[in-house]
Design a protein around this ligand. Structure first.
Ligand SMILES: [Zn+2]
Ligand SMILES: [Zn+2]
Length: 264
C-alpha cells in the first residue's frame, strides 16, 4: 500500500513538472517570437525560476498524488466521474466556485506574505524575478509553495466537481500562472479593459504587482483587491518592450498588441 501511495505521489510530481515545463516553455517560445530580446540578459534569473518551480512541482505533486490514490482506492474526495451525478448546470457553476474560492485563498495568503517577516522569509524569492518571465509561474519558496499546494486538495475534499471540470480549473490555473508573468498581454483587449477587464486579472494587472509590490494581490479576479482598496490598476509593458526592441536590433514595434495604458 505504501509503495502505491509513494508511486502515486511520484507520478503526480512528474506530471506537474512536465505540465510546468511544457506550458512555460511554450509561452517562452511565443514570447521569443513576438518580442525578441524581451528575456535577453535574464538567463541566470530564468535558471533560478526553473529550479524553484521544479521544487514547487514536488510540493504540489505529493499531496495531489496521495489524494489521487485515496480517490481511486477509497473514494476520498468529492471528485465524480459520471457527469449525471449532479445536474449539468452544476458543471460551469462548480468551475466558478473553485476559481472564486481559490482566488480568495490566494488573495489573503498572498497579502499576508507581503507582511515584512513572511516576505523576507519566503515571498521575496518570487519577487527576485525582475522582471518575471514565463518561467516564474511556480518560482516560490517552499513555505509559499506549501500554502499554494493545500488549496485545491482542500477544495476537492469539500466541494463536488466533475473530473473534467477539475481538469479545466487546473488548466486555467496553469495558463494564468504562466501568462500573468510572461511580460506581455496575450488576451484580447476586452478581457483586461472595460467592464469585464475591471473584474478579471491578466498579465497587465499582475505586472503592476511586480512593479509596486503593495497592491494587486489577486489571482483570477479583481474582486478582493477592489473591495479591500488594494487595486492600483494596470501595469505598463511599454518600457520593457522598447528596451527589448532596441536590443533585438531596433525593431519598430515597441509596444505591440496589448500595451495597456495607465489606469490606476
Ligand atoms: Zn507574481
Ligand atoms: Zn507578491
Amino acid at each position: 500500500m505504501l509503495i502505491a501511495v509513494i508511486l502515486s505521489a511520484l507520478a503526480m510530481t512528474v506530471i506537474v513538472a512536465i505540465r510546468y515545463l511544457a506550458t512555460s516553455g511554450g509561452f517562452a517560445l511565443a514570447t521569443r517570437a513576438k518580442y525578441p530580446g524581451l528575456y535577453r540578459g535574464l538567463d541566470a534569473q530564468m535558471r533560478r525560476e526553473v529550479v524553484w518551480s521544479l521544487a514547487s512541482a514536488a510540493i504540489y505533486g505529493v499531496p495531489a498524488g496521495v489524494l489521487a490514490w485515496g480517490w481511486r482506492e477509497h473514494g476520498w474526495t468529492r471528485v465524480y466521474s459520471d457527469v449525471h451525478d449532479y445536474p449539468l448546470w452544476y458543471l460551469p457553476v462548480s468551475v466558478l466556485i473553485y476559481l472564486i474560492l481559490h482566488d480568495t485563498w490566494f488573495y489573503w495568503t498572498h497579502r499576508w506574505m507581503h507582511r515584512p517577516r513572511p516576505f523576507k522569509l519566503a515571498h521575496a524569492l518570487h519577487h527576485a524575478s525582475r522582471p518575471p518571465t514565463a518561467w516564474a509561474a511556480m518560482a516560490f519558496h517552499p513555505i509559499e509553495a506549501i500554502s499554494g499546494a493545500v488549496a485545491i486538495p482542500l477544495l476537492v475534499l469539500a466541494i463536488p466537481i466533475h473530473v473534467a471540470a477539475l481538469g479545466l480549473v487546473l488548466t486555467i490555473m496553469t495558463v494564468m500562472g504562466v501568462t500573468n508573468h510572461m511580460g506581455w498581454e496575450m488576451f484580447p483587449r476586452f478581457m483586461w479593459r472595460g467592464a469585464l477587464g475591471d473584474w478579471l486579472i491578466t498579465a497587465s494587472h499582475h505586472q503592476r504587482h511586480h512593479e509596486r509590490y503593495g497592491c494587486n494581490y489577486g489571482l483570477y479576479f479583481r474582486f478582493w483587491d477592489r473591495v479591500c482598496g488594494t487595486d492600483e490598476g494596470l501595469g505598463d509593458f511599454a518600457r520593457d518592450h522598447a528596451r527589448a526592441a532596441r536590443r533585438a536590433g531596433g525593431g519598430a514595434d515597441a509596444g505591440g498588441g496589448g500595451r495597456p495604458g495607465r489606469a490606476a
